[in-house]
Design a protein around this ligand. Structure first.
Ligand code: URA
Length: 205
């Protein structure tokens, strides 16, 4: 009954889970994606972030949040004083869904059935890590975290008790910030995102 043994067990379970996810065919998205992009980070992390799905660069790299949204996410975390290396970062959907337009692969939002199919993996990740706080980035992640469709505006800014005792939080997705055309609006929304992350970081102290 020692912590080291528990840690070993969860590492073994996570390794097996990740390996299994690499050949997932639970929904059709695996057909066109390069690879499964599984979550990453310390298994003892008290904080878990859920994104939507890998983007073009994540699909190629096989790692979550390494493209433009990931860079904004990293910068926001740094500003908020939250250490990304101390958080586990994963996605609601683990294959890149896109539409081919010439040479470009254009992101497509996963539908409810795809989120539901992939929730199996997310629930396993949650079960192995048992983080104290889970943060959903955007509406797709919030749907995956809560098991129902919600709006950001109705759920943002307050802790949501989750099954298993964790505390859930909902905030915007960094890609939403990248898409805002108006610069001052973007700066405002970015500051609000950083404030959300700082408040969540404070809950861990
Ligand atoms: N957007 C996401 O939601 N997840 C990623 O991993 C990258 C971009």
């Amino acid at each position: 009954p020692t912590p080291p043994r528990r840690a070993t067990n969860s590492a073994t379970a996570w390794d097996a889970l990740r390996a299994e996810a690499m050949t997932c065919t639970r929904c059709p998205l695996h057909q066109h994606a390069t690879q499964t992009v599984f979550g990453e980070g310390p298994l003892a992390a008290p904080l878990m972030f859920i994104g939507e799905q890998p983007g073009d660069q994540e699909d190629l790299a096989g790692r979550p949040f390494v493209g433009p949204a990931g860079q904004l996410f990293d910068a926001a975390l740094a500003q908020a004083g939250v250490d990304r290396t101390q958080a586990y970062v994963t996605n609601a959907v683990k294959h890149f869904k896109y539409e081919q337009r010439g040479k470009r692969r254009i992101h497509q939002t996963p539908v409810a059935g795809e989120v539901q199919a992939c929730r199996w993996w997310l629930d396993q990740e949650r079960g192995i890590l048992r983080p104290r706080i889970i943060v959903a980035l955007g509406a797709t992640a919030a749907r995956a975290m809560l098991g129902k469709a919600v709006t950001i505006s109705a759920t943002r800014g307050a802790a949501i008790p989750l099954e298993g005792g964790a505390e859930g939080w909902v905030t915007v997705h960094p890609s939403y910030l990248l898409r805002l055309p108006d610069e001052s609006r973007r700066a405002e929304e970015q500051a609000r995102f950083v404030a959300d992350l700082a408040m969540i970081g404070d809950r861990l102290r």
